[in-house]
Design a binder for this molecule. Structure first.
Ligand code: AMP
Ligand code: MG
Length: 338
């Protein structure tokens, strides 16, 4: 697989570089990681080496955070209930996850993992769990019961964690940092819908990122377009992983208060900001919170912008995106939140 990806990447480079100067050379790398297909593109002569380093970082992070790879640090934590010492990246993710757990009133809760498993969203054997089983599992869902002092992490009896709500955003942010350090000034990283940009396009104009139409996911059409420079745009959507049973749709974003897929009225949340890991954690949390609480969160904490899409076709963008967002989808109405 890696050989094929390398060959593809070489072909892509050759095609794109015909007639280009070295500063304009496009390099691309494709990898299957974190349960998704990633496409990393960087421009200029440092691009290739930078992308190799970024891909290594993503694979290393997967090796650290995977809940299904028994050799990962997170799998060890889930197996034994404790971990010390804690790798720097895992420490940063724990800090962020617990901070967001607190700020969102538990809408983001990494201890929801046993519930996610019961629904079959890990392993793709989807099922509606029994109500009693859910109630039992919910008793162990509580981010605030995690003991973490910066050195040692300990989980309460029976609890398990999963960083799936933040991992791709964190990986994108670290990859972007690696590319910048390698001297890359223009790159677009697509980590399975988690977008991270470095700088702007080669001609100096902003990157243009499409936001998928969550009411028509099969068509691949977009509901709008965002202009970004040097920022991340992370989308959490009910359409990204779901199953249907008896006419009901169940998706992978769980409300930790109920153990059921979050039904807040939102069907897609895109968070834009400088910190990709924060954007990822927030996209999941704001999806759970719903429009009003999400906007309250934005007004209270700031540091990001968002596009909130509701099932009735209402699209709300926060004030900082008023100029950067263009609505293109039919049957949607746009408002700007102040
Ligand atoms: P994302 O795609 O970033 O919204 O993350 C969704 C993934 O995070 C799911 O596939 C679950 O593994 C996990 N997850 C679902 N609901 C929550 C939640 N409320 N808090 C933390 N993690 C969650
Ligand atoms: Mg997320």
């Amino acid at each position: 697989m890696r050989k094929r990806a390398a060959a593809l990447s070489l072909l892509f480079c050759l095609l794109l570089t015909a007639g280009c100067s070295r500063q304009e050379e496009a390099h691309s790398e494709y990898l299957l990681a974190m349960d998704t297909v990633m496409t990393l593109t960087a421009y200029g002569e440092s691009g290739e080496a930078g992308l190799d380093a970024a891909a290594d970082i993503i694979r290393d992070l997967e090796g650290l955070l995977s809940v299904t790879d028994e050799a990962s640090a997170v799998a060890e934590l889930n197996r034994t209930g404790e971990l010390e010492p804690v790798d720097n990246d895992l420490a940063a993710l724990l800090d962020l996850a617990l901070e967001l757990g607190e700020r969102t009133g538990g809408a983001l809760d990494i201890t929801v993992y046993p519930v996610v498993k019961a629904w079959g969203f890990t392993g793709d054997r989807y099922q509606v769990p029994d109500g009693e089983e859910l109630a039992e599992l919910l008793e162990r869902v509580d981010w605030s019961a995690i003991s973490w002092d910066g050195q040692r992490v300990e989980l309460p009896e029976g609890a398990q964690v999963d960083f799936g709500a933040l991992a791709k955003g964190y990986a994108g942010a670290l990859s972007a940092q690696t590319l910048r350090e390698a001297g890359v000034t223009s790159a677009l990283l697509d980590l399975g819908g988690n977008i991270q940009t470095v700088g702007s396009k080669l001609d100096g104009s902003p990157w243009r990122i499409g936001i998928r139409d969550p009411r028509d996911p099969e068509s691949g059409s977009y509901l709008g377009e965002l202009e970004l420079v040097d920022q991340a745009a992370v989308t959490s959507g009910g359409y990204q992983r779901y199953f249907e049973e008896d006419g009901e749709t169940y998706w992978h974003i769980i409300d930790p208060a109920t153990g059921y897929p979050a039904r807040s009225g939102l069907i897609s949340v895109t968070v834009v900001g400088d910190d990709g890991a924060l954007c990822d954690g927030l996209s999941t949390a704001l999806f759970v919170l719903g429009r009003e609480a999400a906007l309250d969160y934005w007004r209270t904490w700031g540091g990001f912008e968002a596009v909130l899409v509701e099932e009735d076709g209402t699209v709300t963008v926060t004030a900082g995106l008023a100029d950067a967002f263009t609505l293109t989808g039919e049957d949607y109405t746009l408002s700007v939140a102040e």
